[in-house]
Write a protein that binds this ligand. Structure first.
Ligand code: ATP
Ligand code: ZN
Length: 293
């Protein structure tokens, strides 16, 4: 007896963060792609139930190295970590989660008139490579103090004049008496791959990538249903893009139709407004689970 599992004994090895801000979203993305993992708690590795995928749970800082060395074939990691580590791997796809920015913070009460503020100052950061590059590009000479955590307290305890750290809402900076004055890098989680992936593994990656892209497209789009009086139909249909064109079906009530379409999140609110103005009624908006074009 043969089955698919025996035929494809080859597995793609994926490195994700063991515990931290990227962990939950990494596992959720796999789940949304229909990939089930067992026993993810307290494990260093596990195998997917229904996809030839093996998962390694690592510190995020180690993921670029593992992928460069080919110990893992692919990894999910923040752009901030990848560009700080400077490893030779290929970026395959942005994943849309783990969004943050690497920003410069200074004392709230200090005047900030531009980057020259940093000239000759001490900067505390866990990102010396990215900060050095940024300072060089802007012709600023500062003293960089590399520290591995709690960077935001450095100015308060007299260790530095400014910090460069990851920010999402900015509340941590604010709570430590700092203000954000400049962005060094915008970051999100990305999928990276080893530069020498075998042909077999590239095929598996293509399969996984197809699923990831379908899930991400679906998230950015909504299914919309509405009722339209027939005399307004042409105007309403013209407002809707749809995957090919909107579906129009007659309602049981004479003179009315139901219109179905797909809308992108970015244009969503604008178009809803216009649809209402054009006479659309009973507008329903439904999430899409997967979207394959
Ligand atoms: P590890 O133990 O794996 O080294 P860590 O403490 O370095 O974990 P986390 O704080 O869990 O890392 O952050 C992991 C990644 O999450 C960051 O490198 C960054 O890409 C992303 N991230 C998103 N938002 C934020 C934020 N507000 N602060 C810090 N990191 C963020
Ligand atoms: Zn880390």
């Amino acid at each position: 007896m043969t089955n698919n599992n025996n035929l494809t004994s080859n597995r793609l090895r994926l490195a994700i963060q063991k515990s931290g801000r990227l962990s939950e979203d990494s596992i959720k993305l796999l789940k949304d792609c229909g990939i089930e993992l067992r026993n993810v708690k307290d494990r260093l590795r596990t195998e997917a139930e229904n996809f030839p995928l093996e998962i390694f749970f690592l510190r995020d800082d180690d993921i670029p190295q593992y992928v460069e060395d080919g110990v893992a074939d692919i990894g999910f990691v923040g752009e901030n970590v990848l560009y700080e580590k400077n490893k030779k791997v290929a970026v395959v796809e942005k994943l849309g989660f783990g969004k943050c920015r690497l920003s410069i913070g200074i004392n709230k009460s200090d005047e900030y008139a531009g980057l020259s503020y940093l000239q000759g100052k001490k900067i505390a950061t866990s990102y010396p490579v990215l900060v050095n590059k940024f300072l060089q590009e802007n012709n600023i000479q500062s003293e960089i103090h590399e520290i591995s955590g709690s960077v935001e307290i450095a100015p308060g305890i007299g260790l530095a004049d400014a910090i460069v750290d990851l920010v999402s809402s900015g509340s941590t900076l604010f709570m430590n008496g700092l203000k954000e004055v400049e962005t060094v890098l915008n970051s999100q989680a990305i999928l990276i791959k080893n530069n020498h992936l075998s042909a077999e593994n590239q095929l598996l990656l293509n399969k996984l990538l197809f699923r990831i892209q379908s899930v991400r497209k679906a998230k950015n789009n909504k299914y919309i249903l509405l009722n339209a009086p027939n005399e307004k139909l042409a105007e309403i249909v013209a407002l809707l893009p749809g995957m090919k064109s909107p579906t129009v079906v007659p309602l049981a009530t004479e003179g009315w139709s139901s219109v179905h379409s797909v809308l992108n999140e970015n244009e969503f609110w604008d178009i809803i407004e216009q649809l209402k103005n054009a006479g659309a009624q009973g507008i329903l908006v439904i999430p899409i689970e997967k979207m394959i074009l």
